[in-house]
Design a protein around this ligand. Structure first.
Ligand code: ADP
Length: 477
C-alpha cells in the first residue's frame, strides 16, 4: 500500500469554509477504511480551530522556514482522529487570525505553509510515496517538492477543486520569498504575476479535478479562468474523479441536528418541514412545496438567475428559504424578497451547519443553478436527504443529477443547459407540476432514493492513480 500525504488548507471537523474541507475530511478515511492507501493529512494550525482540537495536539518538532532573508519559526503538531494522523503547522504571525482567508498577505501565508510542508517531511515518521496537494493554497508545495526533491522518488498529484481561485502574488515575491533558483521562474509565472494554481498544474506529475465534466470544461476559455492553454498542454496527465460525501455523517436516519430522523418517509420529512416553518416564522403549511438554497453567495452559484426569477416564482403557492452569506448584492436582494414576501420567503444570513442540515431535511427541492461547479457537494447532500436538486448542467452537477423524464421515468432531479434565468424558471415550474402529480412525484422520489454517492467508488479511482503513478518511477529507473 502506498503512503500518501495530503496537503490542504481546510478540513472537517477542524476548520471549514466550503466543500474542500468536506473532501479532505472524508476521502482519507475512505481510502484507509477500504485498505486502499495509508493516508496522512497536513494542515495549517489556525487559531480559529476550536480549542477542543488544539488541546489534543501534541508538539513533535520545531524548525525554521526560510522566507527570503528571514527565518520564520514553524512548530509541527500531531493529532489522531478517526483512524487518520493529522499534522498541523503552527506560526502565530500567519495563522493566528480571525477567519482563514481574505488577508492582504494570503499569498505569503501559503508560501510559508507550502515551504513548511516540505521542511516538515523529515519529522513525520512517515515517508510519502506521493504528495497529494489540493487547490492553490497547496499548489506551491507541489512546485517546491518537484524542484527540491526532499524525498527520493516522491511523486506529486495536484487536485483542482476550483480553478477560479488561483492565489496570485506580485512577481517580485519570487526573489523576496521563494529562495528558489531563478531558472525556475517560468514555472510559477502567469501573465506577469506569480500564480500558485499554475505552479501546481505546471509541476505536478498528475493533475486531477473533482468531476469528469469539469476536467473537460476547464480546457475551454469559459471555464478555464485563463489557465485553459496550460491545461490543454497537460491534458494527458489530467483526469476527473467525482467527489463523494460521508454518508455516515450526512445520514438523515442518524443526524442529531434534525427534528425527526427518517430514511424514505415523506411523513417524517414533513414533520421536519413543519418544525422549520415554526422556527423561522413561515406559515406552517407542510403540503406547500419548499425550495431551498444553501451556499456561499457568489456569482458562481448562479444567484443572479435566482434573483431574476424570484419575483415571478413567488406568485405561486410555494415557500423559498435561502441560507448563506457572501456578496452584499445577494444578501441585500434576498433580504428584500424575504421582507416583501414574508409568507413565502425566508433569508437566513449565516453559516450554520445545524441549520443547514435542518433545511436539507425539511425541503422538497434544492436550487443550485451554478454558472460553473467543479463537483458540488450540496446537491449530493440534498439527494441524501431526499430533497430533489434543480441544477444547471455543468461540472459535477451534470455528472450527478440526471433530468427527470416523465415518459421514461428516469432521472433524479431537474436540470437545464444554458446560463439563462428563463430556463431555470421553466424547470422550477416543471418541478412544481411533478410535485402535484402524485404518480410522477413517487417515480421521481424512487430514483432519488436510489442515488448513492458514498466515497468508495471514488476512493478506488484515486487508489488506481496512486498505484500507476508510484509504479511509474520504478519503470523509469
Ligand atoms: P463550495 O465548496 O463551492 O462552497 P459545495 O457544494 O462543494 O460548494 O460545498 C458547500 C458545503 O458548505 C456544503 O457542505 C454546504 O452544506 C455547506 N454550506 C454552504 N453554505 C453554508 C451555510 N451558510 N451554512 C452551513 N453550511 C453551508
Amino acid at each position: 500500500m502506498k503512503n500518501i500525504l495530503f496537503t490542504a488548507s481546510e478540513c472537517t471537523p477542524f476548520i471549514k469554509t466550503g466543500g474542500l474541507a468536506d473532501v479532505i475530511g472524508s476521502l482519507p478515511q475512505a481510502l484507509v477504511k477500504e485498505n486502499l492507501a495509508n493516508v496522512r493529512v497536513i494542515l495549517p494550525k489556525y487559531g480559529e480551530i476550536p480549542d477542543q482540537w488544539h488541546e489534543q495536539m501534541e508538539e513533535i518538532a520545531s524548525f525554521p522556514v526560510r522566507i527570503g532573508w528571514r527565518n520564520q519559526g514553524a512548530k509541527l503538531f500531531k493529532l489522531e482522529h478517526d483512524a487518520i494522523t493529522f499534522y498541523f503547522i503552527e506560526n502565530h504571525h500567519y495563522f493566528e487570525r480571525h477567519g482563514i482567508y481574505g488577508y492582504y498577505d494570503d499569498g505569503e501565508r501559503f508560501v510559508f505553509y507550502s515551504k513548511a510542508v516540505i521542511e516538515s517531511l523529515p519529522y513525520l515518521d512517515f515517508v510519502p510515496d506521493i504528495l497529494h496537494a489540493h487547490d492553490w493554497q497547496a499548489g506551491l508545495a507541489v512546485a517546491f517538492a518537484n524542484i527540491l526533491q526532499p524525498v527520493k522518488n516522491m511523486k506529486t498529484i495536484f487536485t483542482i477543486h476550483n480553478i477560479k481561485y488561483q492565489g496570485m502574488l506580485h512577481y517580485e515575491a519570487f526573489d523576496d520569498l521563494f529562495n528558489i533558483p531563478r531558472e525556475h521562474f517560468a514555472g510559477f509565472e502567469w501573465n506577469g504575476m506569480l500564480n500558485a494554481m499554475k505552479s501546481g498544474i505546471f509541476h505536478a506529475d498528475k493533475i486531477t479535478t473533482v468531476s469528469p465534466t469539469y476536467a473537460e470544461e476547464i480546457k475551454e476559455p469559459f471555464y478555464g479562468e485563463g489557465l485553459e492553454s496550460l491545461l490543454r498542454d497537460r491534458q494527458g496527465d489530467l483526469s476527473g474523479i467525482i467527489n463523494g460525501i460521508n454518508t455516515d455523517d450526512y445520514n438523515p436516519m442518524k443526524d442529531p441536528y434534525i427534528h425527526a430522523n427518517y430514511q424514505h418517509s415523506r411523513v417524517k420529512k414533513k414533520e421536519n418541514k413543519k418544525k422549520l416553518q415554526e422556527m423561522i416564522g413561515l406559515p406552517v403549511k407542510p403540503d406547500v412545496p419548499m425550495y431551498i438554497a444553501i451556499s456561499r453567495f457568489v456569482e458562481q452559484k448562479g444567484f443572479h438567475l435566482v434573483e431574476h426569477i424570484l419575483h415571478d416564482f413567488l406568485q405561486q403557492d410555494v415557500q423559498v428559504v435561502i441560507l448563506g452569506t457572501g456578496e452584499y448584492e445577494f444578501e441585500s436582494s434576498f433580504s428584500w424578497f424575504a421582507q416583501n414576501f414574508p409568507e413565502k420567503m425566508a433569508t437566513l444570513l449565516k453559516f450554520d451547519e445545524g441549520l443547514a442540515r435542518q433545511l436539507y431535511a425539511a425541503a422538497d427541492f434544492f436550487l443550485m443553478p451554478s454558472k460553473f461547479e467543479p463537483c458540488g457537494l450540496s446537491q449530493l447532500i440534498s439527494l441524501q436527504y431526499k430533497t430533489v436538486p434543480i441544477v444547471r448542467e455543468t461540472g459535477g452537477l451534470k455528472d450527478t443529477v440526471h433530468p427527470f423524464n416523465e415518459f421514461t421515468g428516469e432521472g433524479n432531479g431537474f436540470s437545464f443547459q444554458n446560463y439563462n434565468a428563463h430556463e431555470l424558471l421553466e424547470q422550477m415550474e416543471y418541478s412544481l407540476k411533478i410535485y402535484h402529480s402524485d404518480k410522477l412525484w413517487q417515480t421521481l422520489l424512487k430514483n432519488v432514493n436510489k442515488s448513492k454517492f458514498s466515497w468508495t467508488d471514488s476512493a478506488v479511482q484515486y487508489a488506481e492513480l496512486y498505484k500507476d503513478l508510484a509504479a511509474s518511477h520504478t519503470e523509469g529507473e
